[in-house]
Design a protein around this ligand. Sequence first.
Ligand code: GRF
Length: 188
Amino acid sequence: MKHIAIFASGNGSNAQVIINHFKQHPDIKVSLVLTNNSSAGVLKIAQQEKIISTILSKDALQDEENVSKILKALQIEYIILAGFIQKVPAFIVQQYKDKIVNIHPALLPKYGGKGMYGQKVHEAVIADKATLTGITIHFVNENYDEGNIILQKEIAIESSDTPQTIAEKVKHLEHAWYSQAIEALINN
Ligand code: GRF
C-alpha cells in the first residue's frame, strides 16, 4: 500500500474529492490529513472519513524530529497539498523529492508566489485582462509555486466573468483533474 498525506488549511473540497477517489483503491490510501488551522473544514472531513488528522502550528511544522516521526509512523510516501497555506519546510522537501504535489488555481508561472491564493489569484487574472486561466498541478520545491509542472488545464475567460465565476469554474477543473494526476504520478 502507498500511503499519502493531504496537507490543507481550508474547506478541503479538493481533499474530499481525493479521499473519495482513493477510498476503494487497492494500493493507494489517504492515511493522514495535516493542517495548520484548527478550524479548517478539512478536519471535519478527516473525522467523518476516519482518517488520522493532526494540527501543527507554523512553528510545530518546523520541528523536524516530530514531523518526520509522524510521517514515518504512517509510512507516508507522497504529500498532496490541497489549499495548504504554509510553506513546506525544506527538510520535508528534501525527504520527499518529487513526491510533494500542489495545485494552483491559475496557469503558472503567472499569478503565483507568496500571497497569491484564493480570490487574489482570480482578481489578478481579471486585472491583467487575461483571456485564459486554469489550473496547474506541479511538484513542490522550496519556493512557492515554482516546482516543475505536471499538468495544466485551461479555460477561457468570458467578458462576463468575475473573480467569483472564475473561482467556481477553476474549482470544477481542480476536482476533475487532481485525483487523476495524483494517481498517474504514483503509478507512473
Ligand atoms: C484550491 O483552489 C487550490 O487551487 C488552492 O487552494 C484551494 C483549496 O480549496 N491551492 P479547497 O479547500 O480544496 O476547497
